[in-house]
Design a protein around this ligand. Sequence first.
Ligand code: NAD
Length: 495
Amino acid sequence: MLDQAKIDVLRSKKVAAAGLLIDGKVVPGSSGETLDIISPIDGSSLTTIIAGTKDDTNNAVNAAKAAFNDGRWRTMPPAARKKIMHKWADLIDAEALELAVLGVRDNGTEISMALRAECGSAASTIRYYAETIDKLYGEIAPTATEFLGLIHKEPIGVVAAIIPWNFPLMIGAWKLGPALAVGNSVVLKPSEMASLSLLRMGELALEAGLPEGVLNIVTGKGCVVGEALSNSMNVDVIVFTGSGATGRRLLEASARSNMKRCYLELGGKSANIVFADTKDLPTAAKVSAAGIFRNSGQVCVAGSRLLVEESVHDEFVAQLTEATMSMNIGDPLNVNTTSGAINNELQLTQNLKFVEIAQAEGGTLHYGGKQILKETGGYYMEPAIITNVAKHHEVANKEVFGPVLAVTQFKDEAEAIDLANNTDFGLAGGLWTSDLSRAHKMVRAMRTGVVHVNTYGGPDVTVPMGGVKQSGNGYDKSLHALDKYIDLKTAWIKL
Ligand code: NAD
């Protein structure tokens, strides 16, 4: 149960100016420059973070490399490493509300979601990977009997994790959990729009006993800290979640520098398909509304394209609109809010621009699409439902990353598949039907990393998360994520 009174006490606390986390210590930046953190809740100045420099970044990378080379973490007995990671998860749980409120003040996600998807998910992810530490075996190859082929699984070295602003703790844990479990060192760069809760989570790792230098956190701008990491000759792997434009720069920097491996979790334009034979249309409408509008649409897998079979289009859009109208949009620290603030002013402006262009191109603004609660000083927007969207319209092709839903009608299965796959992205999708065979056929036909059937959303650490096409490569979550952080080494022995 969320306790509004406790949340209100926490929200009024002054937030101290943040430092960097390098080599086990909280340190000031080398230039003395800071960035103002503006809270999307009311546009007020929350605190400052360090504008990390190239030197700060290199210091963090050097600390990570030294920790890796001397083996203070990777050669620690598995049982001891596991204990530290479990303790870390326990500390996150113990401070969950504080972490959630701090994160919400920084990035605007509604507290009901932040507590579950941020702290809850971060702790359970760290625990999941802690459990792999003493369960991951090497292999013996089925060679001819005069040889023995041993396959060792080894940590790679220094991992740079670059994180976006929408779910910093959850996405941070998706990288830190497997990277640390197998013995790597990490330099983490949070988004400048959501650094505070990750910095605290890093401090908790130290408190839990993670040795100095194994986890370093450098805040600051992507074009400085992110560029320094991607161009570094001492970073072995980049694991990134964010936009395609930044992903492209990372690949270029890798090619220019040491050809470090780059794993990219990028954006999406996910199709949520509703067939006329859906058993419970009102529930489908409710879940579909949440699937695009929770966290103000700032969810990579958001079902931002709704494809509806002609015969139920009007009925379904009416139900969806009703479900949307019943959402509480506003102060993200109010426990009853179901969709909080847009993360920053620029993002709000871009969202509104998408609505304008969609109409200019022939879409119908069926509901919402306007800035609201201006008097608060924060960044809020009424969810937008745009109908009559054609497949060439910008709103059907570009990722908005905001509460904007593009609705298109289809005649039959073939057209639904064509529309769904008519995108450069391939992150997620959904479909609603009571026909089991159709569901399986559609799952096969949709070119995406995940297809939700008769539901939308619902993350679980046991299943992989990753995109195809321009939504990226590699997987977060599940045991498959470990592959990104492991080198295979063969010992080829003549007996
Ligand atoms: P972004 O690409 O602007 O920023 C992400 C991170 O990259 C930030 O830490 C930023 O500082 C850093 N960065 C920016 N420029 C850089 C550069 N030149 N070099 C290195 N790093 C740089 O993305 P964002 O706006 O923070 O996040 C929104 C995007 O993230 C959306 O496209 C969304 O779909 C995507 N996303 C994807 C997933 C997924 O799992 N696939 C999850 C969440 C968000």
